[in-house]
Design a protein. Structure first.
Length: 415
């Protein structure tokens, strides 16, 4: 922990030094502040076969207020130096306020089209998929599970990234090389290294990726994106030789060669002539991961987890170990998934937006429905109502959770 804090302190020191080296008055400073107050409720309809009903009460309903505040400080210098400091504060009536340093990084440009960035940041350049990102090998290893209603949040990582641009006649190839500073690193030889190279062949965009991590065989990934007049087609894939998801549960081989990919499409449609709304956004995507559990493996694992007694310490420890592997993830362990979503913007010209999405486990027919209705009068503040509902049959992913609905009313104001 001390070493991670030292890395962050070093990034701040370099940011101050680079900022001081820029000409006086060259920085353009912009401070953004946002604050959200939410009033939310959770309703659980318990499932008798679910181990999680041991800690949930049937038809349990609770209401709680919470406060979220985000603060961002960004600077951009004429000398090619930029940076960001982002912090957030969250709290509720039953808990004390908790502060989190989300991002703290600086980026400096040099040469012709080259730059280096370091500090705590989200490496967004590596995310080429749509809803899923199979070749996002930098930010996390298994990033696709849904936890609760909000999904898996990806915090900033302490990292160093080199960015470059190589011109070849009429073709420009952009390069990225990055390393992430994991906690408890022993030596530079243990650092992971990630590389990507891509270019645009209008209307196509192609990108190749590779990862070299200590103790693992290299990963190789690729993505493709085709821009259409009112939408796009895309695909994202990763080939790996590593421990599969099934091996973590003792349900498959410990090693092998595996392939993960997603393919999807999205469209933006102008429907202003209909007077129903101004715009319609549609998206559909398919995910395949060969190293995951098939339907029978999922059914066997979840049935065993549900039947595991918690009466004594040894059984409790075994259950805890299994639950920790699963990590309460939803839609992360199966082989085949389908995602579909649509968004209606400016309904009836009244600053109302409606978002609906569904994630379906094709193997066991578990599904999750996510809905959101937001109203932003004159863009002064917003009121939103959202709900997440899960369903499925015995032995499926959704069946392992209580049938649940979560509702949130959010008042937000940014200035």
């Amino acid at each position: 922990m001390k070493r991670r804090l030292a890395h962050i302190a070093l990034a701040f020191a370099c940011a101050l030094a680079l900022g001081a080296a820029a000409p006086l008055g060259a920085e353009q400073i912009k401070i953004l502040q946002g604050m959200d107050f939410s009033l939310g409720g959770n309703e659980f309809q318990a499932n008798g076969s679910s181990p999680f009903t041991r800690t949930q009460v049937s038809a349990n309903w609770s209401l709680y207020p919470s406060l979220d505040a985000d603060y961002n400080l960004r600077f951009q210098g004429e000398a090619g130096v930029s940076g960001q400091l982002a912090a957030s504060i969250q709290g509720a009536t039953s808990t004390s306020l908790a502060a989190e340093l989300d991002q703290a990084w600086v980026r400096a440009a040099f040469g012709e089209g080259w730059g280096i960035a370091f500090g705590r940041r989200n490496l967004k350049d590596w995310k080429d998929g749509g809803y899923w990102n199979p070749s996002d090998i930098v930010n996390n290893y298994l990033p696709w599970g849904i936890v609760g209603a909000s999904g898996v949040q990806i915090p900033g990582k302490d990292s160093i990234e080199l960015l470059g641009l190589l011109p070849f006649t009429d073709l420009n190839v952009d390069l990225n090389a990055a390393t992430v500073l994991p906690p408890g690193i022993d030596s530079p030889a243990s650092l992971p290294f990630y590389f990507t190279a891509g270019s645009i062949f209008e209307p196509f965009e192609l990108r190749l990726k590779a990862a070299f991590q200590s103790g693992r065989l290299p990963y190789v990934g690729a993505s493709a994106h085709v821009t259409l007049r009112s939408g796009s087609l895309y695909a994202d894939g990763l080939w790996l030789q590593d421990q599969p998801i099934a091996a973590a549960f003792g349900l498959g081989p410990s090693t092998g060669s595996w392939f993960r990919y997603c393919a999807g499409a999205q469209w933006n449609i102008d429907i202003s002539q209909s007077r129903l709304a101004q715009s319609l956004f549609l998206q559909a995507e398919y995910l395949r991961q060969d190293d995951a559990l098939d339907a029978s493996q999922m059914s066997g694992f979840f049935d065993a987890l549900a039947a595991m007694p918690l009466a004594n310490a040894s059984d409790g420890a075994a259950y805890g170990a299994a639950a920790k592997i699963w990590n309460s993830r939803f839609f992360a362990l199966g082989r085949d998934y389908l995602y579909a979503a649509f968004y209606l913007g400016e309904i009836a010209n009244a600053h109302i937006g409606l978002f609906e999405s569904c994630v379906l486990n094709i193997d066991d027919l578990s599904f999750g429905l996510m809905s959101s209705l937001a109203w932003s009068p004159r863009n002064l503040f917003s009121i939103s109502f959202s709900a997440s509902n899960y369903g499925g049959r015995a032995g499926g992913e959704a069946f392992m959770l209580p049938y649940a609905a979560q509702y949130t009313l959010t008042l937000s104001r940014s200035f």
